[in-house]
Design a protein around this ligand. Sequence first.
Ligand code: PHE
Length: 224
Amino acid sequence: MGYEVLTGPEVEEEKYNFEMMNLPKDHPARDMQDTFYLTNDILMRTQTSPMQARTLEKHDFSQGPLKMISPGIVYRRDTDDPTHSHQFHQVEGLVIDEHITMADLKGTLITMTHEIFGDKFDIRLRPSYFPFTEPSVEVDVTCFNCMGKGCDVCKHTGWIEVLGAGMVHPNVLKMAGVDPDVYGGFAFGLGPDRFAMLQYGVTDIRDFYLNDVRFLNQFDKRSN
Ligand code: PHE
C-alpha cells in the first residue's frame, strides 16, 4: 500500500516521546504511561508515536504524501502480570497528505484487519482520548473465539480492543513544522503482542520475554 517501514530509537528524547506529541510537561495524560527515565531528558520510549514527530519533521511534502509504518519495542513502568509487561511491541502507522479524512482511516483499518485476521472479521470504532489525535478512537475487532456471539475471552461483548487511532492533532503537525491548514491525516498504534496472544491462545504475555525455548520453538518455522 506504499508505506515506508522505519524503525526508531528505544532510548528516546523526552521531546519526541511527549513534548512533540502534544503532551507538555505538566499534562496529566503523561500519567497514562508510567515512564522509565534515564535522565530528565532521556527515557525509554513509552510508545512508538515519537516516530510520528521524527518522520513529520523530516518529510518533504513536495515529493508526495507521508505514509509510514514503524514497528518496535516500547517500555512502561508497569507491574508485570499475565496481561501487562514492562516491555511490549507496538506498530505505529501515519498517513499525512492534503485531503485525508476519517473515512480513509476506517478503510485502512478494515483492510488491515482483513489481511491479518481474514474477511470474516469486522471492526468497530469507539470514541476515546489521546493527546496527539483529535478525534481519537479505540478500535475493536470481532472476538476470534466466539466470532461476535459473546464469550469469556471478550467479556461477553463480542469485541476485543486491539488498537488506538485518530486524526493527527494540528499541534503535532505545527510543532514538526507542517502547516495544519494545508496538511492533515491519521495515525494508529497497535499492539502485536495482544494480536499474537489472541491468535495463538497465549494466556501470559510474559511468556514472550522469558526466553524459554520450549515456548519459543513453537513459533520457529525451522523446527516445525
Ligand atoms: N500511542 C498510543 C498508545 O500507546 C496509541 C496511538 C497511536 C493512538 C497513534 C493514536 C494514534 O496508547
